[in-house]
Design a protein around this ligand. Sequence first.
Ligand code: 3HC
Length: 283
Amino acid sequence: MAINNVMVIGAGQMGAGIAQVCAQSGFNVLLHDRDKNALQAGINGIEKLLARNVEKKRLTKEEKATTLGRLTPSHTLEDAATCDLIIEAVVENMDVKSAVFKEVDTHAPKHAILASNTSSLPITEIAAETKRPDQVIGMHFMNPVPVMKLVEIIRGLQTSDETYETIQMMTVQLSKTPVEVKDFPGFVSNRILMPMINEAIYTVYEGVATPKDVDQVMKLGMNHPMGPLTLADFIGLDTCLYIMEVLHEGFGDSKYRPCPLLRQYVKAGWLGKKSGKGFYEYS
Ligand code: 3HC
């Protein structure tokens, strides 16, 4: 199946990044957010990143204008009626995602594929909200989307081979590398990454070392581009906690127990970079 028109739902960090990458790769993109200010902020962010690419001579002025020309803001989910692929990137909450899929399913044309950028929620359950579970799939992009090469492609129990192949090909067109994974809690990326971050938080909680020193060990000792606590702040501590809870509940294994310090920070509203404070302070 050919994909030309894409709708991205949610203009936050992930949604805006996905919309940018799709537009840069030649797809017509409708970027939707029910919050007008968030939508404008998402579009402004894309413009800023494209301008930076022009400054750095990674993009010409014409390519920037062409990319922006492919990007249209959308204020209603009814716009899904013109799309071949809808990628949902709203908040990581099952109720919110379910409601979005239920509604989009009523507007999208019969042939359209519905994808979720969920980082840990079951695709099979999301698919069950629609009348086309064979055309529902997970496309898990990594943050920051324009930079990171991986897309985890998650097959729900009922995802068809045709849907999988279409999305795999589309991912390659986005100049990303697809990796096929089954629908298990945390998939592969977050099943491995989040327990490491949680353990780094326990290390601070137990007073073994400061956040800065834990990060230093992982950066200099393991060659990670960012230490785990800097990365946690960058992802959002609320998202980290949510994913740990999905792992804990999904596997029923105490090894995934979220660190009490992580819970406490989230309760305090210390969510990382986006709130100005997490393990570090941001101005
Ligand atoms: N958006 C777009 N581009 C960005 C960016 C952003 N937020 N941040 C950095 N970049 C790009 C820029 O083009 C920059 O080059 P430029 O300054 O010349 O324009 C280039 O990346 C390098 O950036 P910096 O020199 O500022 O910093 P780094 O060399 O440290 O690179 C990084 C930044 C790529 C973010 C790197 O630190 C890194 O790889 N960190 C780890 C990221 C990671 O692990 N992501 C996965 C998170 S887990 C996830 O997404 C799953 C989810 O479900 C939780």
